[in-house]
Design a protein around this ligand. Structure first.
Ligand SMILES: Cc1cc2nc3c(=O)[nH]c(=O)nc-3n(C[C@H](O)[C@H](O)[C@H](O)COP(=O)(O)O)c2cc1C
Ligand code: SF4
Length: 491
């Protein structure tokens, strides 16, 4: 993963630990309304893909156990990982594109409800993404995958030659000469793997996205409701389809690209279809980017506009993230796919402890505050969730007090210690296992391996309750923790 060249090392800390009474009186542990729902506290576990579904996208025992473990910490809300809305093979990513996925998803809902004693609200993140292929072996790319065009023949002075002859010639070229014969997209397909864009409207299925996506998202939201989820989070962030429509790089000429009001059109249409299908009383919000963090990408002024439009349209929450784009991702190895968290924008999304002068803790605070202020200035009370490097009570409380957000998201801190909200609430904040922001977990995610935390995945491997990875070298969930009796917990 890319790191800022300054390589300044930052250390996380537990910060000021409140007593149980102080926690009870705090903003973090005060309730908040999200649409028609009440969250018991303003803590939020954002979506994290743990790579535990089957290859067919079905909920497994490992998926159930993963969310059960988070539910024990009783956060205000958990957002289930990015879940595919189409009925197409997507590797071990959860899916919700057909009714056959419902039994597993229902079990997941029931598990979280039971394990949190009903204290935690459960949302599911709905995602659509475009095709991305693995980086090919160069000779296979030139001899099989590349479509030979008149341009190649012209540049190689091979008018009338058959495809095989052109391929043989391409294979014989030095890299600089080959680079000049291929188009920019062909070079990208060779060096990074083929990747579709929302601007490829010469492809019928890409041109058709505005026609098909509202219904696909709406059907997925109806299924989410049928499975018992408290609401849905539309994934409008990072490198995926909906974020690509919002992106300043979207130059579609069909009324869905170019100026801000065109770029927000499809996300609003998707929201409208979801709202109409799932019901006015169902919680529907979105996750989107406060800043894209790539050259030519959307900036805070875009996000302020989008956020205000989403809120005005009636979304029940806005959750911000940043970066996480393909445009600056590092080159994958041959046989691997590009990953949107490997470049500078990926760093902005999932920053680690080696950082620049801004540090890894709270890079999204200032832009999120600006978005929330604009939403409030428009007379809208939509709750805003801020995430990114927030890892202790004092940071969370400050973000709430300073008007950055209404709800605090903590992804990796919750992975490091899924009980941390509960421990702090009980006055046991000194026992919290604090995330060190090493991004060991993110490294596993990038390789599509089961995500675990290095602070606990080798602990007590032989314990009776330990469920292990296939190679039996890592535990799949954090070790159990139970609060001592109330007397011991009260300070
Ligand atoms: C292993 C892993 C998987 C993630 N998967 C998702 C995802 O499915 N959807 C999403 O919006 N963000 C995803 N993220 C980003 C997190 O939700 C969060 O925005 C990011 O980790 C920064 O917050 P943090 O500093 O609290 O960890 C993932 C992050 C990690 C570490
Ligand atoms: S592996 Fe654990 S400590 Fe390291 S960043 Fe991930 S959650 Fe934090």
């Amino acid at each position: 993963m890319w790191k800022p060249p300054q390589r300044i090392a930052y250390r996380s800390s537990r910060g000021l630990v409140p007593s149980r009474a102080e926690a009870a009186a705090s903003r973090l542990y005060s309730p908040i309304a999200v649409g028609n729902l009440a969250l018991a506290q303003r803590s939020w576990v954002p979506a994290m893909v743990p790579w535990r579904a089957t290859e067919d996208g079905v909920v497994t025992e490992d998926v159930i156990a993963w969310y059960r473990r988070f539910a024990r910490g009783r956060p205000g809300a958990i957002v289930v990982e990015a879940t595919g809305i189409r009925d197409i093979p997507s590797g071990p990513l959860l899916r919700i594109g057909h009714d056959r996925f419902l039994p597993g998803l229902r079990r997941l809902v029931d598990t979280v409800r039971a394990e949190s004693g009903g204290a935690t609200r459960l949302f599911i993140q709905l995602i659509d993404f475009l095709t991305i292929r693995r980086r090919p072996d160069p000779s296979r790319y030139l001899s099989q995958f590349l479509a030979i065009t008149p341009r190649h023949r012209h540049l190689l002075d091979m008018a009338g030659a058959d495809d095989d002859a052109v391929r043989a010639r391409l294979l014989s070229l030095s890299r600089p000469v080959l680079g000049s014969v291929l188009t920019e997209r062909e070079r990208e397909a060779l060096d990074f793997g083929y990747r579709e864009r929302v601007t490829d409207i010469h492809l019928p299925h890409i041109a058709d996205l505005p026609n098909v996506l509202p219904d696909l998202f709406a059907a997925a939201a109806v299924r989410a409701r049928a499975a018992g989820f408290d609401g849905v989070e539309l994934h409008y962030a990072h490198a995926y389809t909906m974020a690509s429509f919002l992106s300043a790089t979207n130059r579609r000429q069909d009324g869905y690209g170019g100026p801000q009001q065109n770029r927000v059109r499809l996300p609003l249409e998707v929201y409208g279809a979801v709202r109409a299908a799932a019901g006015s009383d169902y919680v529907v919000g979105c996750r989107y980017l406060a800043e894209e963090c790539i050259g030519g990408g959307s900036e805070l002024s875009d996000a302020v506009y989008f956020g205000t439009e989403f809120a005005r349209a009636g979304m029940d929450f806005l959750s911000t993230s940043r970066g996480g784009k393909f445009e600056d991702a590092s080159q994958p190895a041959v046989g691997a796919a590009a990953y949107p968290y490997t470049g500078p924008s990926g760093y902005e999304c999932i920053p680690q402890y080696l950082s620049d002068e801004h540090g890894p803790f709270g890079r999204n605070l200032a832009p999120t505050r600006a978005i929330r202020a604009a939403v409030r200035a428009a007379g809208l009370a939509t709750p805003v969730v801020c995430t990114g490097g927030i890892h202790n009570f004092a940071m969370a409380e400050r973000a709430l007090a300073e008007g950055v957000c209404d709800i605090v998201g903590a992804a990796r801190q919750s992975l490091a210690d899924p009980d941390w909200f509960r421990k702090v609430a009980l006055g046991l904040g000194h026992t919290v296992r604090t995330c060190e922001y090493t991004n060991y977990c993110e490294g596993l995610d990038g390789k599509h391996k089961p995500v675990t935390c290095q602070l606990w995945d080798r602990v007590a491997l032989d314990a009776a309750d330990a469920r292990l990875t296939g190679d039996r070298r890592r535990r799949l969930e954090a070790p159990d923790w139970a609060p001592p009796d109330d007397k011991g917990a009260t300070k």
